[in-house]
Design a binder for this molecule. Structure first.
Ligand SMILES: [Zn+2]
Length: 65
């Protein structure tokens, strides 16, 4: 599939290769963040240290589907 890179984030709609993912706290399993990731650039699963309101601290968040 050929992708025109210039069409990303042009404010006129979403191109097919973007994927919405939820980041889940690994300690309390709260779904704290939703992000959009580019499938082509981010193949592996994300693991990010983010603040969790429920835990009251920064915890490791992993993507969920
Ligand atoms: Zn948590």
């Amino acid at each position: 599939m050929k992708i025109n890179v210039l069409n990303y984030n042009n404010g006129k709609g979403v191109i097919g290769m973007k994927q919405k993912v939820i980041l889940v706290c690994t300690e309390c399993l709260s779904r704290n963040y939703s992000i959009t990731k580019n499938k082509r650039l981010n193949v592996e699963r994300l693991e990010l240290n983010k603040y969790c309101k429920k835990c009251g601290k920064h915890t490791l968040h992993k993507e969920s589907k």
